[in-house]
Design a protein around this ligand. Structure first.
Ligand code: SF4
Ligand code: SF4
Length: 75
C-alpha cells in the first residue's frame, strides 16, 4: 500500500489522522518503539495514538508487521 498518497493532505493540515486497526493490531509494540514523539502507546494489547502528539510523520507505518496502521481522513 502506498501511504504517501495522503501526503498532500498531511502537509496542508487537512483532516487526516493515524488509525490503528484494532482487529489487526496484536500489541507487538514495534510502532511504539519507532515513534520519535512518543505518540503511540500500548493499552490492553492494542496500540493507541495520541492525536495531539502525532505529526503524521509516517515513520511508524512500515514498522507494523500486520499493516494495522494507516492514515485516514476524518469525517
Ligand atoms: S505518524 Fe509519526 S508521530 Fe505519528 S505515531 Fe507514527 S511515528 Fe509517531
Ligand atoms: S506495530 Fe502494528 S501490531 Fe504492533 S502494536 Fe503497532 S499497530 Fe499493533
Amino acid at each position: 500500500m502506498n501511504h504517501n498518497r495522503f501526503l498532500g493532505f498531511m502537509t496542508t493540515g487537512g483532516g487526516i489522522h493515524l488509525l490503528v486497526d484494532r482487529d489487526l493490531c496484536y500489541g507487538c509494540g514495534a510502532c511504539v518503539m519507532v515513534c520519535p514523539l512518543d505518540a503511540l502507546r500500548l493499552m490492553g494489547w492494542r496500540a493507541v495514538v495520541d492525536d495531539e502528539a502525532c505529526t503524521l510523520c509516517d515513520h511508524c507505518l512500515p514498522s507494523c508487521p500486520v499493516d494495522a496502521l494507516s492514515m485516514e481522513a476524518v469525517h
